[in-house]
Each structure stands twice: as C-alpha cells, then as structure tokens.
Design a protein around this ligand. Structure first.
Ligand code: R5P
Length: 317
C-alpha cells in the first residue's frame, strides 16, 4: 500500500505556536497542508498537545524555532513525544533558530552547557533528525548522535548583497567569535574584512569594542549570527562610523531583538538590517527587511524525503 503513496502523502507537516507564519509559508512552498494539532495551555501554564489526525507511519516534520520563552522548547518536546507515541515513521525537528546555542561550552567552573542539554532533550524525546540554520558554532552538530542538516542563511544574504552592487565593500564581524563567518563572506564577495574586538563583563552588556581593520570610506556590512539586545550591533556601528565608514548595514539570520533591541537598532548608525523569519518580528521597524527561509526549508524537506544530497546547501557559501 505504501508504494502507492506519493512522497507528499508520507509527510505530516506540523507547527508549534512559536512561528506559525513561517510554517504556513513552508507549507505553501511544499504544497503540503499543515496537520491539525490542538495545543493548549492550562491555567497553571502546563502545555498539552494532541494530533487531531493520524500520523501513523508518517515522516513528521515539526517546525518550531526555540527562542524565548522556554515554553517553545517544552512545546516542541511535547510534539515530539506525542508523534513518537502515535507511531510516526520518523520525527524531524525543524528548528531554524536553535535556542541555547550560545551556551556551547563550559567556560566557567560551574556552568552548564545549554546547547548540549537541548540536544539531549530533543534526542531522548524521539527525534531522528534535526534541520537547523546558522548554529552559533558549527560544532554543536556534534552534540547530536543523529543526522543534523545545518543550513546557512548566507544562501539568502550573499545574493542579496551582490545585487546591491556596492563598491568599496568591507565585511565586519562585530566580535572575534564571528571571524570565520565574516571572512567567508568577504572571501565570497571578494572584498575586505575587519574584525571587532569586543569585551563583555556580563551578558548583553558590551564594555568596549574596537575595530581592527580599515573601514574608512567603505560601505560596511556587519555580519553576525544573533542580534539579542542589539547592543553589540549599535556599539560596532558607532565605532565603524567614527572610523569614517561611508555607509553601514547589517545582515543577521536571528533577530531576537529582546528588551530595547528595536529601540537600540533605531537609534544606531545601522541604516538597514537584513534578517530572516527564523524568529517572528514583534515590533516593526522601517530599518528591518526580512528574507524568508521558507523556500529553503521546503527544499531541504523535499531533499530529505527524496534522499537527495543537500551538499549545495550545507556548504556555507
Ligand atoms: C555573540 O557571540 C553573538 O554572536 C551576538 O553578537 C550576541 O548574542 C549579540 O547580543 P546583543 O545584541 O545583546 O549584543
């Protein structure tokens, strides 16, 4: 009987409540409807999920970026658990923004490794594969003992930047941790590179940031993976402006924009921020342009189902 089913009939596309708009766009691109799932929150805050249609023998793709609040994580775990208990053939977590990725090592004597804990939780809950995008560090893939399809938003940003036809272009990483990412952009765009030397004494507060490299009279594009409070971005933009840059833009896949993030961006020297829909924008800003990851995610889901290579997407640039 299974031989008679098309690939699309073997997929159950599911969304949690973190980013239903993205899931709807993936569904449109794939031409596979979203499965109906009832998700409730009880008065005490507990979450319950219920698949309203059978998913027995289906490959269940659950789209849920895990930005704050942590309920997004719990909801994903519940969706995985319910799919496992409903006899899904395989369970694939599609997590375009992987929360806790910044906690990827034990950098103090008695701290946890949040990213590894998340990997353990999703695996124990029952996923067979993870599809994710722009992990804070590539090595997080190794926290999993199952396949991880790690995508890069540069597939969207590089063509966008090329279309701008900017002369005298300079790519800037706002901190040394992002040097590899920024240098790949610079190599691909055949342009110059500068690096920010950022010092923090606590999370979300930038003590100092110096730019190493020449940005004078350059059209600068800052490349980062996460914008949280936009403190790093604003500080980097100020230093770059003071050093005589002609224009300053930023590209970043995951715009959390927590706290005063949008305000900090609005008040900064950043003229434009190009981001993705891995996280839904809560506060609008005329400075922000969003590129959708939906066609890319739909393409990868198709590749996974057809056992096609995703090498062209896996190669960063
Ligand atoms: C840090 O390693 C990340 O790549 C980002 O630069 C950081 O998370 C941005 O945080 P914020 O916007 O709060 O300065």
């Amino acid at each position: 009987m299974n031989e008679l089913l098309s690939i699309k009939d073997k997929i159950a596309l599911v969304t949690g409540r973190a980013n239903p708009k993205l899931a709807e766009n993936v569904s449109k691109n794939l031409k596979v409807p979203l499965s109906t799932v009832d998700i409730k929150t009880f008065k005490d805050g507990e979450i319950q999920v219920y698949y309203e249609e059978t998913i027995r023998g289906k490959n269940v793709f659950i789209i849920q970026p895990t930005f704050s609040p942590s309920d997004n994580i719990i909801e994903l775990l519940m969706l995985i658990d319910a799919a496992k208990r409903a006899s899904a053939a395989s369970i694939i977590a599609v997590v375009p923004y992987f929360g806790y990725a910044r906690q990827d090592r034990k950098d103090k004597a008695r701290t946890s490794i949040g990213a590894k804990l998340m990997a353990n939780l999703y695996t124990v809950a029952g996923i067979n594969r993870l599809i994710t995008m722009d992990l804070h560090q590539d090595q997080i893939q190794g926290f999993f003992e199952i396949p991880v399809d790690h995508l890069y938003s540069s597939a969207l940003f590089i063509p966008y930047i090329k279309d701008l036809n900017l002369d005298n272009l300079c790519i800037v990483s706002p901190d040394t941790g992002g040097t590899k990412r920024a240098s790949s952009y610079a190599k691909f765009l055949s342009c110059e590179l500068a690096i920010g030397y950022k010092q923090r004494s606590r999370a979300n507060e930038v003590d100092s940031l110096q730019i190493i490299g020449d940005v004078k009279d350059k059209n600068v594009i800052i490349v980062d993976d996460i914008i949280d409070t936009a403190g790093t971005l604003a500080k980097a933009a100020k230093e770059i402006k003071d050093a005589g840059a002609k224009s300053i833009m930023a590209v970043c896949p995951h715009a959390l924009l927590s706290g005063k993030g949008v305000e900090n961006l609005e008040n900064s020297y950043i003229e434009k921020l190009i981001t993705t829909d891995s996280i839904p924008l809560c506060v609008p800003s005329s400075k922000i342009e969003v590129l959708s990851t939906a066609p890319l995610l739909a393409n990868i889901i198709t590749c996974v189902m057809n056992n096609c290579s995703i090498e062209q997407h896996f190669t960063p640039f």
